[in-house]
Design a protein around this ligand. Structure first.
Ligand code: CO
Length: 161
């Protein structure tokens, strides 16, 4: 069974490969990621967060599961500012600026090309998960001061174990 990899594991920063084979193994991985995300009460999960450095992410908002394989943001509009968390940063929630609406081109788990235009929380989750696939993390969107505070907090907590 896969488990969630937490910051500062280097796996979260490794380059993620494009998916070229759409087989049963991929579908099983997407299903397993969905179970982990749901059990952890997340609204999104990217493959590097379970130790798989491939361009695969899932988002679950409003009871709909989006499978984002090799996703690309093709347009972004507006601005939203709100709280964001990450399963790789348990207990950390920060206000982060994102585009209000994004249009994303990707493939689903069957290899079919999809376009999604999403707004609000779904757009926030899409941008967060696509960042993961580029090795970019929640804290990269924060000021240096905030980032240092979080890094210190995480180091302190990990020494306690
Ligand atoms: Co995350």
């Amino acid at each position: 069974m896969l488990k969630i990899i937490k910051y500062p594991s280097p796996v979260l920063r490794f380059a993620n490969e494009l998916v070229t084979v759409f087989d049963d193994e991929l579908k099983e991985l997407v299903d397993e990621m969905t179970i982990i995300m749901t059990n952890s009460r997340g609204v999104g999960l990217a493959a590097p967060q379970v130790g798989i450095n491939k361009k695969i992410a899932i988002v679950n908002t409003d009871g709909k599961r989006y499978v984002l394989i090799n996703p690309r943001i093709i347009s972004a509009k507006g601005e939203q500012f709100g709280q964001e968390g990450c399963l790789s940063f348990p207990g950390i929630f920060e206000n982060i600026k994102r585009a209000e609406t994004v249009t994303v081109e990707c493939y689903d788990e069957t290899g079919e090309k999809q376009f999604y235009e999403v707004s609000g929380l779904t757009a926030r989750a899409f941008q967060h998960e696509i960042d993961h696939l580029d090795g970019k993390l929640l804290i990269d969107n924060l000021s240096t001061i905030k980032r240092d505070i979080i890094n210190r907090k995480i180091r302190k907590n990990s020494r306690g174990h």
